[in-house]
Ligand binder design. Structure first.
Ligand SMILES: [Cu+2]
Length: 229
């Protein structure tokens, strides 16, 4: 930031109108070097008149020309509503008194860089949130699938809201029924039934109770209670 301010400073020039007269003269600011760093000394020894034209030659996109007041000039800052030229080859007619010109492009670049940094941080935060929110898909019972003795399978796992359970089983042998806690404890299969053999269920907040509705299977520990936070 401090470096950028210095860069701005060396681009500042001040043109003092010494006498007011006819016959406008056209000046190329910075001569062959154009409007670039260290043009600050260029006006020295020249006698400008009101109505003279300054041509600011520079690559547009690298610099600009901002007409400022004395305060803006001294602080290398851009007053609100300042006239800004950006095309390169800009012609500015001098008015009576002191004419102050600065390039505030480095200042702008600093803002842009700051803006980029802020967006990068936001992006990284969103990315981190996305990672922490990423849902996990579980195959219930792992390679054994949804079968007898599966009731211990959830132990030690931390399920989140939005995680997905896939119940894999031969559909002619088992099914999946979502039940309430009492029916879970009593192995009573009254509730929503799935029987595709590959049922995909997204977890909601709280505890969801799953049992196999085929008689005797729930009692054979084909039941799981999953708590998602
Ligand atoms: Cu079963």
């Amino acid at each position: 930031m401090e470096m950028n301010m210095k860069m701005v400073f060396v681009l500042c020039i001040v043109v003092l109108i010494q006498t007011e007269m006819a016959h406008a003269v056209e000046y190329k600011v910075g001569d062959s070097g154009g409007w670039t760093f260290n043009t600050v000394g260029w006006p020295k020894g020249k006698r400008f008149r009101a109505g003279d034209i300054l041509t600011f030659n520079y690559p547009s996109g690298a610099h600009n020309v901002v007409v400022v007041n004395k305060d803006g000039y001294n602080r290398c800052s851009t007053p609100r509503g300042a006239k800004v030229y950006t095309k390169g080859g800009d012609k500015v007619k001098l008015v009576k008194g002191q004419n102050y010109f600065i390039c505030n492009y480095a200042e702008k670049m600093a803002w842009k860089l700051e803006g980029c940094a802020i967006f990068l941080v936001i992006f990284m935060m969103l990315f981190a949130i996305q990672i922490s929110n990423a849902s996990t898909t579980y195959n219930v019972g792992d390679s054994n699938g949804w079968t007898f003795g599966v009731s211990n399978w959830p132990n030690g796992k931390n399920f989140k809201v939005g995680d997905v359970l896939v119940f894999n089983y031969p559909r002619e042998i088992h099914n999946v029924v979502i039940v309430n806690k009492v029916d879970y404890n009593n192995c009573n299969p009254s509730g929503k039934m799935f029987n595709s053999g590959k049922d995909v269920i997204t977890l909601k907040k709280g505890t969801t109770y799953f049992i196999c509705g085929v008689p005797g299977h729930c009692d054979g520990a084909q039941k799981i209670a999953i708590t998602a936070n």
